[in-house]
Unconditional design. Sequence first.
Length: 219
Amino acid sequence: MEIMPNYEDVKCLERELRESMEQGRPHVGIQLVGYQNVDTGFSTVAMMRHPGSMSGVSFFADSKHRLFGGSTLVCVPLAFCSSVYKPTGDHVVYRHTYKRPRFKAEEVKTLMNKGTPEQRLKAFVFTKCREGYETIPGMSYVGITSRSWQKRYLEHAEQALEASSSTHFHEAIRAMQGQKVVCVHDISAYGVTKAEAKAYESRLISESTLWPLGLNMKT
């Protein structure tokens, strides 16, 4: 990935997004990477050129709080964040995936302390975007909701705290507590009808997350 200091031709990007949606293909090549340290309030954003990869927006947040600390990464296709996109329904298809770092903390620390400004920036961004993490086999779950995915995930997290909850996803939530992992939340479809959401959810589950490939217990 290449860091872009600016992107002046917003109208061009808007046109490209509109054309890609009209042609039924994803827009590729641009990533907006955001970060916030929940404890200090520090936040920043970088624009990356990533040829061949679907354009998207990602937001990484972390905290060292002794009870509620952890890391999370939200990834959304760029088209869903554009005024060009016109929802046809009120359903969302989402995916929650536990991932582990592709990097060693010691190597990143060395680069941040001794690297050039460009190396430090690249190392920082790499640890805050999807490319810096790899999926833990079997640790992905797909679902749909007509509410916000955040509310649905919070319900899952609360249910996972109950000892009587024995779904594979809830067991995974409990198992990952305290581990050096990141929970990645992907918005796979947004603003679609219930029928479209259920059909897409079923296909994603069948292809990648039906137990034992993943954490879904049925399609």
